[in-house]
Design a binder for this molecule. Sequence first.
Ligand code: ADP
Length: 567
Amino acid sequence: MVEDVAPEGPEALRKELERYRLVVTDLHGKIRELESELQITTAMAEMPGVIVTRPELQQTMSRLISKIAMIVQCEKVMIFLYHGESGELALLPPSLGLTEEQAANAVVKPGEGIIGEVYESSESVIYNDALNDARVLPEIVSALRIRNGIAVPLVIKQRNEEERIVQERTIGVAQVCNKRYEQEFDQDDLRLLEMLAEQAAAVISNAQLYITLTEEKERLEDALESMRSGVIVVSSEGDIRLMNRAACEVLQLPADGYEGKQFTEVVSDDQILNLLQETISEFREQSTEVELDNEEVHRVETSMVVGENGTVSDVVLIFTDITDIRHVERMKTTFVSTVSHELRTPLTSIKGFISTLLDDVEGLYDERTRREFYEIIDQECDRLTRLISDLLNISRIESGRALEMTIEPVNLPEVVQRVLTAQQEYTSRHNLVNAVPTDFPTIEADKDKVAQILDNLVGNAIKYSPDGGDIVVSGTDEGDSIRIDITDHGLGIPARHREKIFDRFQMVEGDSKRKGIKGTGIGLYLVRHLARAHGGEVSLSWSEVDEGSTFTVVLPKVPQIEQSAEQ
Ligand code: ADP
């Protein structure tokens, strides 16, 4: 401080003046420092408290960088961040005084050039002759037109309750270049930049943490939303923390925000409510099957989220739609009983006729009657053989094994005729017409399987035309493939069943006209597989309820057989 001293001649006065000059310089310096600190404090005060998105971080950084440029009086400002995945330091946008291309190419490895060195050593560096400074990478100097600069580490400081630093971590480097007004950077600039860098590091690391968390949360929410299973998270107090779209659909609720509402107010199903209750009270994960009002069957499983104190903090309910599984199970049961019936009917008939013939020791039946009995036995044996062959093929398909194929030239008009002749035996009400041209091209295929396809389709045409009528089998040469159409004038198939009928055990139900018609629901499933085994297809190409249907078989002239490992 300046003391009050009496002047003692010119020499003393000069000394005195010199002292005053030093004090004034010192005061100027202090004022400058205070001014910069004030600027930094104002700059930091303008920073938003919580940054949760990348654009927000970019905006904040843009403001911070302008402030740095103003306070340190420089042309270029860059923030390099270390990226663990690439092991490199790259620019965090935006930068000041760099083109986009320059910014994109500014990538350095730890230890490389000034940036890499500052990152590794966590020590700040001033350089005032970039061109002749060996530490600065020449390519960076020329690419970014750097004359001089300061690089300081971006350090995150973790402090304890007494504000003492307990841990430090360098996350990158802040660099300013080209001091304005032809000046050089000095220790004051360095000190200012270090202070700004400390604030910047804190802003960046907090923002990155929030951004990662927010993005992670969004990804999780998106994943949950796109899940086909319904998911509801309920707190132990009973309020809904999360409910995805699928859960709303399962419970037939409009997709809306149920978060925060009481679970009991949103869900009324007793079974589901009990399940949740039991999970919490018994401290055990549970599962049950619920059949909802819309006849959908869902498996509901609970899973507990246990908090730090060992109690249940949340319960997650997961809904899986098992309607189809249960439906197939039901159909399987029906299938077993129909198949048993289908097997027993011809057997009863065969046994009946054989017993009758055996009992006729006196020769009561004439030759013609006996022959009729034999023919019936023969037909019933054929029926049994067909059914058993269908079942064997189904079991091969179900077990994922390829069908055994014997490929040979097949004359389709002949095969069609054989199938129609055999089927005509069973009906007098239907007129079976072979409209396949006699000069139809010969194809390469498994003859028995082609016959099985046609047999099934013609059999269905007869079965589902209870009032009789024409059943026409026609053929078209389509170049590389052939097409066979089987048209009947029967019951037709309602639109909603048209694709399903090709699935196993699927039968058109709830139609009084079909009541007496026996079926197993495997015919079309098998037929499609047999056609596909040749590289072909079977489809329903036309159908009108009460008017009839056309089933179409397309087979390549030369089969395209997929080789299976297991033959
Ligand atoms: P099923 O043993 O029941 O006949 P399929 O798999 O052969 O089994 O046929 C599935 C269902 O498709 C049948 O239950 C029947 O309702 C319907 N369907 C098949 N062919 C015809 C047809 N030509 N006309 C009407 N409905 C048919």
